[in-house]
Design a protein around this ligand. Sequence first.
Ligand code: 0A1
Ligand code: ZN
Length: 877
Amino acid sequence: MTDPRTVFLKDYQAPAYGIPRVRLQVDIHDGVTRVTAGLNMRRAESTPVGTPLKLHGVNLTLKALAIDGAELEADAYTVAGEELVIHAVPEAADFVLHTEVEIDPEHNTALEGLYLSKGMYCTQCEPEGFRKITYFVDRPDNMALFTTTISADKKRYPVLLANGNCTTRGDAANGRHFATWEDPFPKPSYLFALVAGNLACLEDHFVTRSGRKVTLKLFAEQHDLRQCHHAMESLKASMRWDEERYGREYDLDIFMIVAVSHFNMGAMENKGLNIFNTSCVLAHPETTTDLGFQRVESVVAHEYFHNWSGNRVTCRDWFQLSLKEGFTVFRDQQFSADQLSASVQRIEDVAVLRNAQFAEDAGPLAHPVRPESFIEINNFYTATVYEKGAEIVRMLHTVLGEADFRKGTDLYFDRHDGQGVTVEDFVQALADASGRDLSPFMQWYRQPGTPVLHVSTAHDAVAQTYTLTVRQSVPAKTGFPEPKLLPIPVKLALFARDGQPLPLQLTGESAAVGVERVLIADQAEQRWVFTGVTEAPVPSLLRDFSAPVILDYAAGDEELLFLMRHDNNGFNRWLSAQTLFERMMLAVIEGGAAELPGLAAVLESLAGLLPGLVETDPELAAKLLQLPTENYLADKVGVIDPQRIHDVRLGLQKAIAKHLSAFFQNQYLNGHESSYQYSSEAIAARTWRDVSLHYALLGTPSFTLRDAVGENYRKAPHMTERMSALRALVHHDAPHAAVCLADFFGRFAKEALVIDSWFAVQATNPLRGVEEVRRLTAHSAFTLTNPNRMRSLLAQFANANPVQFHRADGAGYRLIGEKIAELDALNPQVASRLLGAFSRWKRLEPGRQALAREVLQGLAGRALSNDTSETLGRLLG
Ligand code: 0A1
Ligand code: ZN
């Protein structure tokens, strides 16, 4: 039976009344904030006169209500649930509604709407937070012009910000002041933002390609300001890149970013006033690792790119979320690929896709990129909407090519500027601009599940042909019993045994068409026959992961080893290694093999390959050695025994470590770290250093090595080196681990983000588990009210320390279950997300499964938020 709270895409109707103009006055006082709104209302042409007016509103205390200046009588309206219904509506199509409400940002721990974070007021309105600030048509297809006046105590809140341009500011009575901001662009309410706080500012500017000077301001706490330069550089690089790559110029005279400590997600693209989790703004070599630097760069870019893909052209309704998110993730991935190394970027993006999104698509939380129903939209900010959504856009880019894709996006932005649109509109614009029929790609948005591409090959030496037979199968998922065929772009190359790529000519073609091609698999089964192939080649399939699918091709070990060494596509060298490692480990985990099959050949090959590769491409060398994760392997087996998966994976790591023990030790001991540089070469060298340390410790580490790690921890010139050493000490249970952990805490006690990493390094220690994490939940620095802190301990433990979370006695499940219950009362969105750690529970071996069930059923017996109860329902259902 469907839950009565469910919303369906098929029920979409345009709003009965629109609000084209808003004047908002937000008066912030201790204990209460008063919000006064003047709303210019417009009855839609299709709405009959007299239709009741319904506005969204949550946790608002209504103080006054008037239409066209006349106060409404108490019986003229009702407040029920999340709605204000006004029964007596004027006959005129246009009228003005005045509302006055009181809200309580100080106690807003859900961090949606207006809330207080470390003494500063800020907002988060996407997707449905604006209704927690005032009564409104709080949906993305209502586009309004906003004027916002904020007033607050001048001393404590000297900085008052909202969207657009500041038009007036001044002092008021009682030590207060005010500022009025006007946003010249109509926008949906989810893009509204305001900030009031005591903030320092880093200022810069950017000259657009048409010569306009844009002021750039980055606001943060005074002591964090020195950590804002990397974000500022990233912003300028993003602005330039979007002009060059997509022809998109910034449109306001000012662009602001504010860093806040309490934030549910990474950041938010509010028009002209982005609000960021500090973790996605602050970066400094002393406090931030390479990963942190890269994250800041890509999130700054992502939010900036939303100004066009999301703000100027927005979503008609929340089912279309991937319209802005998938496209913007694709754009930020392209940007990041252009900043550092393209093949490493692709490896990292695909690793996220295969680890997080494939897992989601295979489990009880699977949903189409464009869902057809939801109870709580907050639950759909998922890897599927974001990452699989980005892969669909990438496939469209692959089949159209850069030039036609760009024509398509130009047309899309032109045609739909200022509108709320659908995924169909996006695909149609690409199709119209390129003259291609792209409608088959719409199916990718409609059905969940990761397709499997089955490939078999045959070489005919006499006819000199090479035949690829390709079949596709899409798993049936709940609600989608008969999945349809999908167009799957397969980028491929064929290698001769001497390592050279072959010219590719299909039967019927008069000449070869290059040495790499994209073919579209869109039939249940189809065949491609290449001609002029004299010897059996090695196929390099799905290059750059040209489609988000599982490739089922029974390559021989020697073929994979060959590609790992010779493929001229860096990404596919990595993919071949991953495939090989996965196959070896699964043979033991599931296949019952006593030993890792083919191990000797793999070790030999690595021994031959690594010393040279480290010289030419150390980052690829590092990536090759990062084995498929335990969670990834868990998704490949029928019944999950987390301990066995852990042991087998560790076994393979140890075998590599032992075989190349001296090599890894030398690599680590002979390298040294100097001052921090943010460049792909420097990052590559540091990444390799970290990986070689890990393997060196797994081999037969000498005393010299052990001492060096402690020494390097102390002398580290930057956080990447310090964290690498600290993690190594902690995760290998080294004697000085405890001393270094204590030192680390003391050294960085004032740096909240670094303390987060102090919790995380302990939470992810495979050698320690539940007791340690429980002890840390009682640490004075731990709190459930800051999402970063909560995640650094609990989400890290539940998602990134599988062998301890899945401890056989169920203690990990009980701890997380208990914390989810506590957290749900504070912050439902974040609690619901943490529940995702149980997504594999039905495939656990019977003992663990029963223990997980107990915890989930225990939760189900409690009064829970919509967010958490929807996720729980799907997990148990
Ligand atoms: N649009 C943002 C993501 C975001 C979504 C929800 C939030 O709070 C409930 C916050 C941010 C992005 O894609 O970056
Ligand atoms: Zn986004």
